[in-house]
Design a protein around this ligand. Structure first.
Ligand code: C2O
Ligand code: CU
Length: 694
């Protein structure tokens, strides 16, 4: 489990909030003390709490600076920009005005028995900075933890500044604010006895008003976060996009736009491979006996394994026999023409129950391991089983050993538990393999979280990642293989005389694959070790571009976590550059552009970033260039605190999804698009359409 890099920072923030509120209350009570003795005590208490508050502000500042030094400015900038105006400056004013004032007051206090110094205790120099800081801390905490549209930040800061100025004026010249009165506003009022319930009453009223405001603010935010019924993929939406697409006149170019629907594979010609996939509902059993209310292709869970060869013309007919949900087919990792990419609302409409759709594409020269899955409400569809392995074999396939795809998935059982399994094996899966046989394991993570695999009982090589062979892989033992959600690793070894096991590292139940001469026997000792690092594995090879290339477009994508409203619900939101879909940036490119993308993960969870239609070459990891084999990915796990630079050639025109393959995150808005100039999509997503890609 990871801990957020903001953890220390956040804890201090909570303490700050608490301590400043206590300090503020002490100061607020000063003019209300009945005797000079109690006032003296109050002054001492105020000094203590204010001092503690100031100390915490200093520590908080230190924590942010530490983050800056340890991880880089990009990890600290937002916190710094919020803390300075909302915390540091107000706290400084307390230090400069309130403290000296309190000290002076404590020196000039009347003797015991004399009436307390109410006039003094209500002085603006004391109250105004303290009040401003308390409000600043509350606002800082809110903006740090609760997702707020970045465009409303400047307004909030201006409002805060305005509040400070008004408060200062009012307290200095107005003297009307009850907070600054000493209970003797006018001679008449002075005669009125202050009754015991006055203070509690005031507190109740203040609390009621605050609660009312908060409730109003919350329901307004929930409402405002609702997605529009129809979000067009191109056109209007782009006009709302912030970031790198601005300056592009979509409206103007629309006349000559190429529609994604025309970016199809070959429409004629006899296919080399033809498949039909029928989606339907069924109750399926895992090997342990647990049942799953599944969505299946062709009666199988997971769907049938599709094996094709590079260069093949493939035709797949999708038939939807589900009772109510739409389906599409997306070829995860395969760079197909845009119209064949199978994303509901981007490249096609979701195929409705009773309907069918045919995909045709030529398999590019990318032999390797892929998978397919529905991309209509993929969070639910993939979880329930609408996926399968997609294997591209080289044209001259000479591999004669055992080729074993392993689809690692968490099934939600009818009983409500989440059951981790290889295919449907939520128990040990045994296979008989003759010693001396070459074995290729194709590890496919169809889950939402990264999976740690451990291979025990033999040394092995990682021969491919995300369908691309690695150059000069070396023998490994005792390494943990972290495969991104949606990602694939291919590993190879020669079957030894003794048993070999593949494990999914996890806390509970034993999921594994056991290979042995006759399929029986015990598993070898677990060969766990450090996490395998592709950045330094294998040896380099000339690549079409590298860190020193000139890039036509450069984008930085900052991944965050917050609590906030998305589509009317309060949940974890996962903003990219401070925005959630549909306000996330659109990466606009020209065909032929060399594009560099930097990923920065400031959140506490992994984000397996998946780009459709292209393969990205990893250039650097945490600022260090990749020194091993060229490392091509379509799904890159970006762990908390990590930075990656990747590059790709924009050579496949269309509108492509680029999203987190933790589908929970994608469904909460962690989605953006790569769009080519001059390409438009007639499709729309949103509650008012049939399309909901995640
Ligand atoms: Cu595997 Cu956009 O998906
Ligand atoms: Cu994510």
């Amino acid at each position: 489990m990871y801990v957020s890099i903001h953890f220390v920072d956040d804890i201090i923030l909570f303490l700050l909030l608490l301590v400043w509120i206590i300090a503020g209350f002490q100061v607020f009570l000063l003019p209300r003390q009945a005797s000079s003795k109690r006032q003296r005590l109050g002054i001492r208490r105020s000094l203590f709490w204010l001092g503690l508050s100031e100390l915490l502000v200093l520590i908080k500042l230190g924590a942010v600076v530490a983050k800056w030094v340890l991880f880089g400015w990009i990890f600290a900038q937002e916190r710094m920009l919020l803390d300075l105006p909302l915390l540091v400056l107000p706290a400084l004013s307390v230090l400069l005005f309130s403290f000296p004032f309190l000290r002076r007051m404590s020196r000039n206090l009347p003797q015991d028995g004399a009436s307390p110094a109410k006039q003094d205790a209500a002085a603006p120099a004391l109250l105004v900075p303290t009040l401003i800081t308390v409000v600043g801390v509350v606002l800082d905490t809110y903006l740090t933890l609760i997702y707020t549209d970045p465009s409303s930040l400047p307004l909030l800061l201006i409002l805060f500044a305005l509040f400070c100025v008004v408060l200062w004026f009012w307290s200095t010249f107005g003297k009307k604010l009850p907070l600054f009165s000493n209970g003797r506003k006018t001679p008449q009022l002075a005669e009125t006895r202050v009754r015991w319930w006055h203070l509690p009453l005031r507190i109740v009223i203040v609390l009621a008003v605050v609660t009312l405001c908060l409730t109003g603010w919350f329901s307004w935010s929930a409402q405002a976060s609702r997605l529009p019924d129809r979000i067009p993929m191109t056109g209007n939406m782009m006009d709302n996009m912030t970031g790198d697409m601005t300056g592009h006149n979509m409206q103007h170019s629309q006349q000559n736009d190429v529609s994604v629907t025309s970016l199809v594979g070959p429409q004629s010609g006899e296919p080399n491979e033809r498949f039909t996939l029928v989606a339907q509902e069924a109750e399926m059993r895992l090997r342990s006996g647990a049942t799953v209310n599944a969505w299946i292709f062709n009666g199988q869970l997971p769907g049938p394994e599709l094996r094709v060869h590079q260069g093949d013309l493939v035709e797949v007919k999708l038939i939807n026999r589900l009772s109510h949900a739409g389906v599409t087919l997306h070829w995860h990792g395969l760079d197909v023409p845009n119209a064949e990419d199978g994303v509901a609302g981007v490249t096609q409409n979701a195929v409705q129950p009773g309907e069918s759709f045919t995909y045709r594409f030529v398999v590019k020269d990318q032999p390797g391991t892929y998978w397919y899955h529905s991309h209509q409400d993929s969070l639910e569809a993939v979880e329930k089983g609408l996926f399968g392995a997609l294997i591209v074999l080289p044209r001259d396939d000479s591999f004669t050993g055992k080729d074993i795809p392993v689809l690692a998935h968490s099934w939600l059982t009818k009983e409500g538990s989440s059951q981790q399994a290889f295919d449907t094996f939520d128990t040990l899966k045994r296979l008989a393999v003759q010693p001396g046989t070459p074995v290729r394991l194709r590890l496919i993570n169809t889950d939402n979280l990264p999976i740690n695999f451990v291979l025990s009982g033999t040394s092995f090589k990682v021969i491919a990642i995300d369908g691309t062979d690695l150059h000069a892989p070396t023998e490994l033992t005792r390494q943990r293989l972290l495969v991104a959600a949606g990602g694939r690793y291919d590993i190879q070894f020669t079957m030894p005389d003794t048993a070999v096991s593949l494990d999914w590292l996890q806390k509970s139940s034993k999921v594994g694959l056991l290979l042995s001469r006759d399929g029986t026997g015990n598993a070898p000792a677990l060969a766990d070790g450090p996490v395998f690092n592709p950045a330094t594995y294998g040896s380099p090879l000339k690549t079409p571009f590298d860190l020193s290339s000139h890039f036509d477009k450069e984008f930085t994508l900052i991944l965050d976590d917050m609590i906030g409203f998305y589509d009317g619900k309060m949940e974890s939101v996962w903003p990219i550059n401070g925005e959630v879909f549909p306000n996330t940036p659109m990466l606009m490119v020209h065909e032929g552009d060399l594009v560099k993308v930097s990923f920065v993960n400031r959140s506490w969870m992994d984000h397996p970033m998946h780009l459709h239609g292209h393969h990205m070459l990893v250039l650097s990891y945490n600022g260090r260039p990749v020194t091993g084999s060229p490392w091509w990915v379509d799904t890159l796990n970006v762990a908390p605190g990590e930075r990656y630079e990747v590059a790709f050639r924009a050579d496949n025109p269309g509108i492509w999804m680029d999203h987190c393959h933790n589908l929970d995150h994608a469904a909460a808005g962690m989605i953006l698009h790569l769009a080519y100039e001059g390409v438009s999509s007639p499709f729309e997503v949103g509650p008012g359409t049939v399309n909901q890609p995640e």
